[in-house]
Design a protein around this ligand. Sequence first.
Ligand SMILES: [Zn+2]
Length: 128
Amino acid sequence: MSTCPCGRPLSYSQCCGRYLDQGATVPDCETLMRSRYTAFVRRNHSYLLASWHPSTCPDLQPADLEGTTWLGLDVLRSKTGFKKGYVEFRARYQDDEKTEHSLHEISRFTHHKKRWVYLDEIEAWPGD
Ligand SMILES: [Zn+2]
């Protein structure tokens, strides 16, 4: 059994596959962030669009997901509040020239149509 790309010690079907393939409701923003990382790994374009707030969703094309090989995700901290939440993470990836990069981001999440969605990246952890 291989573990889920998001790094949780579960199989894909027990973890992010529940959201990507089966439409289960994501319980909190960390789980949403992990499932979106897995969607980047698996190039699940429709899931990324569906979990992006319409006000900030870019004109993402399926081809935009090609050329990047995702190598791992570390969730540094997360906070889920009432209809808003934050996740700080580091993700490693390799570009199409096989150069490795590290992406460090604090993501902000909110509710849209009663579901967690990604809103945007913010500069600093709230309250610090
Ligand atoms: Zn997962």
